[in-house]
Design a protein around this ligand. Structure first.
Ligand code: GLU
Length: 290
């Protein structure tokens, strides 16, 4: 018997809900309902430099206005800080992560001298900081490629050592990195299926590597198309994307539905919209890792 489905929507409260985040919310909700599973909301509010006070509450309220209500109390990442720190400590104790004294500038300077991709950490502090003060903590990657099959985008394989190097799980300012918090919470909440925007597709291999390091299961993944603005850029709350209008749920849901590539529905209420959308959603994903 397969494990009971648990899905989630995990917005960062860097602004109000916009068309792109509504699409991820709707897709994850439909997939959970199509599998008769649970759908939970998690507010990823651990970055005081980016988060906007009150935005998390506003997102939860807007979701409610759209009929998208968390089946369990909303999880706020700020309540989980101790758990993130504990996990980071454990990874360091086990030798799976290490303190690092390098700034971004140090990494770039290394590549100016030695060549190669400046995005890749060269492993400077893998065996100690040699007397320099550590600022961040990095997760140790290995040569083994990490792969997974996305339900929509198909197979992706990454050699983390080549494309990224050991990556940051505790930032220079002491905050846990998104990668660490998201993996730990997906595990904590027993998430079986992650449905989110395509911008995170290539983050997935490093999240899978972290899951393995932490002894957590790997969920299935479905990355949805992004909503782009007139300039072809991904909508972002920080970039000032127009918030969705909570007073016009049917119209907004209809737009999100069209952006997911489905034909318009004739529904005249939100309830009818969900009923019709669910049937088509099930049809589309049947057999595609459904
Ligand atoms: N909090 C992330 C965001 O709003 C999404 C995290 C995820 O779905 O994995 O971009």
């Amino acid at each position: 018997m397969t494990k009971a489905y648990r899905g989630r929507f995990a917005p960062s409260p860097t602004g109000r809900l916009h068309a792109g985040s509504l699409l991820a919310a709707l897709g994850s909700w439909l997939d959970a309902r199509a599998h008769e599973g649970a759908w939970v909301v998690r507010v990823e509010d651990i970055d005081p430099f980016r988060d906007i006070p009150g935005a998390g509450e506003a997102i939860v309220e807007t979701l409610k206005a759209f009929g998208l209500e968390s089946d369990e109390p909303v999880l706020w990442q700020h309540d989980r800080m101790d758990e993130y720190r504990k996990a980071i400590r454990k990874l360091v104790d086990e030798g799976k992560a290490f303190p690092c004294a390098c700034s971004r500038r140090d990494v770039i300077a290394w590549h100016v001298i030695h060549g190669g991709d400046p995005a890749v950490y060269p492993g400077t502090c893998r065996n100690g900081t040699h007397g320099r003060t550590a600022h961040s903590v990095r997760f140790r990657v290995d040569r083994e490629p990490v792969s997974f099959t996305d339900r929509r985008l198909g197979f992706l394989e990454q050699n983390l050592e080549e494309v990224l190097g050991d990556f940051v799980i505790q930032r220079g300012d002491g905050l846990p990195a998104y990668q660490l918090a998201v993996v730990l919470d997906d595990g904590f909440q027993g998430i079986t299926d992650v449905i989110r925007g395509e911008d995170l597709f290539d983050n997935t291999p490093r999240q899978i590597a972290l899951q393995r390091g932490l002894g957590l299961p790997t969920p299935r993944y479905l990355h949805l198309p992004l909503v782009l603005n007139d300039r072809g850029e991904k909508l972002s709350k920080q970039g000032g994307a127009t918030p969705v209008d909570a007073g016009r749920p049917l119209e907004e849901l209809g737009c999100a539905w069209a952006r997911l590539g489905f034909p318009a529905l004739g529904a005249d209420s939100v309830g009818a919209f969900f009923r019709e959308a669910l049937l088509l959603w099930k049809e589309r994903w049947d057999g595609a890792g459904a």
